[in-house]
Design a protein around this ligand. Structure first.
Ligand code: UDP
Length: 323
């Protein structure tokens, strides 16, 4: 049985990856310090013999007994609200955290895949973004702690690959959505759906003309699964190129939820990227991967997930977390 360590295993993406690797017959070790992760995302796995959970901060020395074939480094705050509140932890998990993972991989002779991000492109001046683009990042702006941590993480990973011969993979993840997103992480999709379900107006930041391209989580997981098993060490974009303005996205959520609330406009956060769309030519050519789930279908699944929440949970979880 192959053994895989997934850091950030109780988070949105980490927990979906745990599910996938369990389904594929792996022994899964999830590690999470539960700062932004949530045990409810993986509680259904605790009864399984081939699942273990380590409540641990990957930024501190990590010890995992036994063999390891793969390490997925997915621990990190990942929304602007989170990394503004915990900027130092964000920097540490992208730097000390990956250093620990790569050191462990060296000892165990494991292959490492790291979660990088479209944020390495910053507020891009090239559209759509190809992997060759170096980005347009403000290191001292509010997003700098996340963007630079992820950029450092890529550099560290490549260094271990070239200097120590560690097998490494780098996925650059574009906006992804689906069940298990947190209602209070400030991301646009849980924000809009949560507002609709609570009977509040939908808050558009800026004039709503900025664009994003949203990928359903199952598609992303499939791309990551294929990348891990490929022999490609250079970064690969995984995302859905179907681009939409945030204004139009709000209209889609209003239609989906049937809410009679309206949209209201708030200030655009500093350094908010104006447009974002992945060029996925590389993923198509190298992995034979492309997204399969339409936004209408993915949004329906996601809405159903949040609709099942009790009124209490809908309101409780909307409160911003104090870390
Ligand atoms: N956004 C918005 N209303 C909200 C939350 C976010 O209009 O209540 C906007 C945000 O300013 C950004 C886009 O939606 O332009 C996507 O934001 P998100 O935080 O989901 O992801 P990111 O900016 O990291 O792509």
């Amino acid at each position: 049985m192959k053994r895989i360590l997934i850091t950030g295993g109780a988070g949105f993406l980490g927990s979906h990856l745990c599910d996938r690797f369990i389904k594929e017959g792996y022994h899964v070790i999830a590690m999470d310090n539960l700062i932004t992760g949530d045990l409810r995302n993986i509680e259904h796995l605790f009864k399984l013999e081939n699942f273990e959970f380590y409540h641990h901060d990957v930024s501190k020395f990590i010890h995992v007994p036994g063999e390891l074939d793969y390490i997925l480094h997915f621990a990190s705050p990942a929304s602007p609200i989170d990394y503004l509140k915990i900027p130092i932890q964000t920097l540490k998990v992208g730097s000390l955290g990956i250093h620990n993972c790569l050191g462990l991989a060296r000892v165990k002779k494991a292959r490492v895949l790291i979660a990088s991000t479209s944020e390495v492109y910053g507020d891009p001046q090239v559209h759509p973004q190809t992997e060759e683009y170096w980005g347009h990042v403000n290191p001292v702006g509010p997003r700098g702690v996340y963007d630079e941590a992820k950029r450092f993480q890529e550099a560290m990973t490549m260094a271990y690959h070239t200097y120590h011969g560690v097998e490494t993979r780098i996925v650059r993840i574009f906006n992804t959505y689906g069940p298990r997103m947190r209602l209070n992480d400030g991301r646009v999709l849980p924000a809009f759906i949560g507002q609709a379900l609570r009977g509040e107006d939908l808050t558009i930041f800026g004039d709503g003309s900025q664009t994003r391209s949203f990928c359903y989580v199952d598609d992303l997981v499939e791309g990551i699964y294929r990348l891990l098993h490929s022999d490609h060490a250079q970064p690969v974009n995984i995302g859905n190129p179907n681009e939409i303005t945030i204004g139009d996205f709000a209209e889609e959520i209003i239609k989906l939820t049937g809410t009679d609330q309206k949209v209201i406009y708030k200030d655009l956060p500093k350094d908010d990227p104006k447009q974002r769309q992945p060029d996925i030519t590389k993923a198509k050519n190298i992995l034979g991967w492309e997204p399969k789930v339409d936004r209408s279908e993915g949004l329906k699944h996601t809405y159903e997930y949040f609709k099942a929440f009790s009124k209490e949970r809908l309101f409780d979880e909307a409160k911003h977390r104090e870390f």
